[in-house]
Ligand binder design. Structure first.
Ligand code: RM4
Ligand code: MN
Ligand code: MN
Length: 397
């Protein structure tokens, strides 16, 4: 493809591309064996939003930040004005609202799937509070992930729990404003190791369909068994009008929350390809919330996030280079080698010069990582936060 055609396609693709950052991706996290402290990690909502603002400043495509209510809104809905002000100060907006029905002691045996009706009600109440917070922040999506499940055979009534989930989600849906959505995430295991109440995309799909028309499925790329064909799930959900959003990350073994594209960039490309091919075929944009859900225990938080966004932009841009018309014809006539090559040609194209060109035209940094490193921000926050972070060492046991 001639350079100016590549530039043109990349420009159009990136102009309409937005991806949401996770507030929790800037805080100190770890494994179940302990946390490794980073001197520069964010500890407060203000710090998380400030760090997210840096990623937005240098990449230009992350204007919103997903938040976890218990971690980012210490006083629940009363924290909303303050958090919104902080976001504004740092050049970002509040995005998806994530309820937390997995951390409190009452959730030891589940939230909406708990056999105790009082605990089910408490979980539902928290979700309803989050819907209210979403209304106050102007957020469209309430993003639900449940840790519910059981770890030993025979210890839970799987059917009853399914029905309780259905009831809870229907009730949550009833409380949505017309423009809001419930996104239902699935995960095969962890923290439950025998059964998980919403374990795969089919279960999410059924739950979302039962809840109501504003409920959709959220695909976290790390929440699948090995070798599962994620782009097929994406294609099916698109075709059914049920794909609500993504949590991007990469994995090698389980829910590893590694940097997107670090293990298998071709898979991310294939996912974007399914979406862009669908959009080409329908002549309309798919209504999808692209979000990142990563946890960098060893890499510098802000640098890892810039690396992620840059990688995602590249893979999205590559997918935008696919010649859809040509591919559709090749698929129809079953020209297998040429159809596959049509994808591979786009994937093999170096889009980095075109992205630099796009950034220059937008007045953005051509090399976001380098610009961030030159800015002195990291040195500044390291000095400001180091002492405090050292004092908060946590261990596994
Ligand atoms: C879960 C899931 C959720 C995320 C939590 C912290 O594994 O991916 O989306 O909010 O982790
Ligand atoms: Mn997730
Ligand atoms: Mn996860």
């Amino acid at each position: 493809m001639p350079t100016d055609a590549v530039e043109q396609k990349v420009r159009t693709a990136l102009d309409g591309f937005r991806i949401e950052l996770p507030s929790w991706g800037f805080a100190n996290t770890g494994t179940r064996f302990g946390k490794f402290q980073q001197a520069a990690a964010a500890a407060t909502t203000a710090e998380k939003l400030s760090d997210a603002g840096q990623v937005q400043r240098f990449t230009g495509c992350c204007p919103t930040v997903a938040v976890h209510v218990l971690w980012d809104f210490p006083d629940g809905k009363f924290s909303v004005p303050e958090v919104m002000l902080m976001a504004e100060r740092h050049g970002v907006k509040i995005g998806a609202i994530n309820p937390n029905v997995f951390q409190d002691q009452i959730y030891k045996h589940g939230s909406l799937g708990n056999p105790d009706p009082a605990i089910r009600r408490a979980a539902l109440q928290h979700i309803l509070d989050c819907i209210e917070i979403a209304s106050a922040t102007g957020s469209r999506d309430i993003s639900l992930w449940f840790a519910d499940g059981s770890s030993y055979p025979g210890t839970a009534n799987i059917r009853h729990r399914r029905r309780w989930f259905e009831e809870g989600l229907i009730e949550a849906h009833r409380n949505l404003e017309p423009n809001q959505r419930l996104l239902v995430e699935y995960k095969p295991f962890e923290p439950a190791f025998y059964h998980t109440d919403i374990a795969d995309w089919g279960m999410s799909l059924l739950m979302a369909r039962n809840a109501g028309p504003q409920a959709k499925v959220l695909v976290d790329t790390g929440h699948h068994y090995q070798t599962q064909n994620i782009e097929q799930i994406v294609a099916w959900l698109l075709d059914l009008g049920m794909l609500g959003g993504f949590h991007f990350n990469d994995r090698r073994y389980a829910d590893d929350d590694l940097t997107t594209g670090s293990i298998d960039p071709y898979q991310v490309f294939r996912i974007f390809h399914e979406i862009l091919h669908f959009e080409w075929e329908k002549g309309t944009r798919a209504d999808i919330a692209y979000m990142i859900d990563q946890s960098h225990n060893l890499k510098g938080k802000i640098e890892a996030m810039i690396q992620t966004v840059t990688t995602i932009m590249e893979l999205f841009a590559k997918a935008a280079l696919v010649d859809h018309q040509k591919l559709a014809k090749l698929q129809e006539s079953c020209h297998l080698v040429d159809a596959e090559s049509c994808l591979r040609d786009a994937f093999s194209t170096d889009v980095r010069p075109a992205i630099r060109e796009w950034a220059r035209a937008k007045g953005l940094a051509e090399d976001p990582m380098d610009a961030f490193r030159q800015s002195g921000y990291l040195e500044r926050i390291t000095v400001q936060r180091a002492e405090r972070n050292k004092a908060s060492v946590t261990t596994y046991a």
